[in-house]
Write a new protein. Sequence first.
Length: 332
Amino acid sequence: MLRRRSSAEISLSFLDVICCGFGTVILLLMITKTVEPQVLEASTVVAEGRVTQLTEQLFEIRGETTILNRELEAKREQISAFDKQLAILQGALATSQSRFESLQTTRNANSIIAEELAIARQKLSAEEERLLGKEAAKKNQLIGGIPVDSEYIIFIIDTSGSMFSYAWQRMLSEMEATLNIYPDVKGIQVMNDMGNYLFSQYAGQWIPDTPSRRQLILQNLSNWNAFSNSSPVEGITKAVRSFYDRDKKISIYVFGDEFTGRSIEEVVLTVDRLNAEMTTGERRVRIHAVGFPVQFIQPPTQQGTGIRFATLMRELTHRNGGTFVGLNDFRQ
């Protein structure tokens, strides 16, 4: 009787355990089933697509990097070539500066000598005038065959393309040399062959003579490329009309290389009327000229304007108490 009762208790306990086990399994399934399987598969597809996109971008960046590296290398090679050219140019510049300083030293020495010579000649002329009279002094006031007794000087410069392109440096040297033989004058003026002024603020009046103004004249002349018709007539006639003064000793210096006007005789007669002789037999203004042989580098058939300039200037200077100097070379 006791055995049967014990067997029944064991069976009920077993059933309780089984029920609890099933309940636990059901509860676990309910807790863990929160994400559907298809959602995980979609995330995987998106991630793979992103990886593919980033991989493509990486390849593009690598390709652009390769191109940029090539361009950088090319730029480096250009910079290297430029550095070599710069080194060559710097060497040439140093050589040129050395030559320029050497020439400048020589030129300064020559200028000082010429200036001292001119001053000595003027002092000598003054002493001769005191001892021998004005006529004797007048006959001896010559430097290189050019009278230097004027107190005022005017430069008429041909600014045409032929002069500016080929003879400009030589013209500046002749200009400086001419100024040096007049170490002390009362006034200077600079015009081109058309009658235009180098300094418009001094139009119709004299530029005071000082060392600084002489330097300024030469500096401004170095790049003065005004329009010109290669005929000095307009400049000469305007200078005589504007600056003639009975009480002033004036000289005009014409620097040019050609005459393109129609008639030499017409020019000579026009200047004769404007620059008429005074009662003393002298002209109002003395006219000198310096001819630059630029036209003579051309074939003989094209040298006509250069020959006409020389012919005109010889006649004008002869009639107006001056001197014509024809240079053998237009280069420095």
